[in-house]
Design a protein around this ligand. Structure first.
Ligand code: SF4
Length: 347
């Protein structure tokens, strides 16, 4: 492991707003990325298989509270077509993402994973929310390679506020669940939002320490982007507070860069949220400030416009071909090759 950055050093970077100093941070992170995981950018085809969700997270545009949203659940055949498209595009991984949807039945998902593995050989990443250890074990046995579950913030009180448990369930301990996921043999991914109202610099420093403690294989970081239909947006911006982390592209990039320095061998995506908050340069900034993964969206256009966790999501009206070409254009401009194969952390 890399030598640990001191807590005070991390805090100083998190509070830094000096462009020249930040150039130094971008260089450090980019150099570490080159040295530890190379120049290849791994492409993961993202398929948003259902926008049903039984949760009511206060920041999210597809929460159950958004009664105005049309809902969809993709069929097995539609998802298989996306998987074949991923192969044609040369990707090594497909990511199946959804809200917390009990309609995605355990055995149906297991069969789907087995079918994708059998037909395409793609690595399969699941991002289906808080699921029971038995379900997770079955999916792993069916061939799922990776599981993504963001803890969003290590501040438990803040997490409870933005991510309230369903009325009939106790709050899930996501950190404990991430340990279970890892013990089941998944490559394990998590991550945070940056700039949640009430989030402090100390809190982000603890998030970074937790990334390292959990020895995460994948770390996703994006700025909080207010969705107008979400309660957190309606509450408005928090009172000006010196400790409030800003929800800006720069702040999210600082956290990406620090994540690279703290967890040098992790796969770190340049997230769609970064590409949304800065539509011209967000993706490239992520890739030159520590990230080494992109997740082009393969969701059919008629569905992706309904998977609006936050507004004006980058590529929400694009076709899979347009998303693919857009990512390749970014890589070409940066002189970075697309990775081959599954792009596992250990590969
Ligand atoms: S953040 Fe995830 S779990 Fe929460 S409401 Fe949105 S889709 Fe559902």
């Amino acid at each position: 492991m890399a030598p640990e950055l001191a807590h005070e050093e991390i805090l100083a970077w998190l509070r830094c707003d000096d462009p020249q100093l930040l150039e130094r941070l971008w260089e450090l992170a980019d150099r570490e990325r080159t040295h530890r995981v190379g120049d290849c950018v791994h492409l993961r085809g993202l398929v948003e298989i259902s926008n049903h969700c039984e949760r009511s997270c206060t920041y999210c545009g597809i929460s159950t509270a958004n009664a105005a949203l049309g809902r969809y659940r993709m069929s097995r055949d539609e998802i298989m077509a996306c998987a074949r498209q991923a192969v044609l595009f040369g990707y090594g991984t497909i990511v199946l993402q959804a809200g917390e949807d009990p309609g995605l039945e355990t055995q149906w998902v297991a069969d789907l994973v087995g079918d994708i593995k059998g037909a395409t050989g793609l690595a399969v990443t699941l991002s289906l929310g808080e699921r029971s250890p038995d379900e997770l074990a079955l999916w792993r046995a069916s061939g799922a390679d990776r599981y993504l579950l963001r803890f969003e913030t290590s501040d438990r009180e803040l997490f409870r506020r933005i991510h309230p448990p369903p009325k009939d369930r106790n709050a899930c301990d996501r950190i404990a669940l991430l340990r279970t996921i890892k013990a089941l043999g998944y490559e394990t991914g998590s991550g945070i939002m940056v700039g949640i109202p009430g989030q402090t610099f100390e809190s982000i420093a603890r998030d970074l320490a937790l990334f390292r403690e959990l020895d995460l294989d994948m770390i996703g970081i994006g700025p909080w982007i207010a969705h107008p239909a979400s309660p957190l947006c309606r509450e408005g911006a928090p009172d000006a507070d010196a400790d409030q982390v800003p929800a800006t592209e720069q702040m999210a990039c600082i956290v990406v860069a620090l994540a690279r320095l703290v967890c040098p061998e992790a796969n770190i995506p340049s997230t769609t949220a970064l590409a949304t908050i800065n539509s011209l340069h967000g993706r490239a900034h992520g890739l030159t400030r520590g990230a080494n993964v992109c997740m082009p969206n393969l969701t059919p256009p008629q569905y992706r416009c309904l998977y609006e966790i936050y507004p004006n999501k980058a590529g929400s009206s694009s076709t899979p071909e347009q998303s693919h070409r857009s990512v390749l254009a970014t890589l070409a401009a940066l002189g970075r090759p697309a990775g081959q194969g599954p792009g596992s952390r250990s590969a």
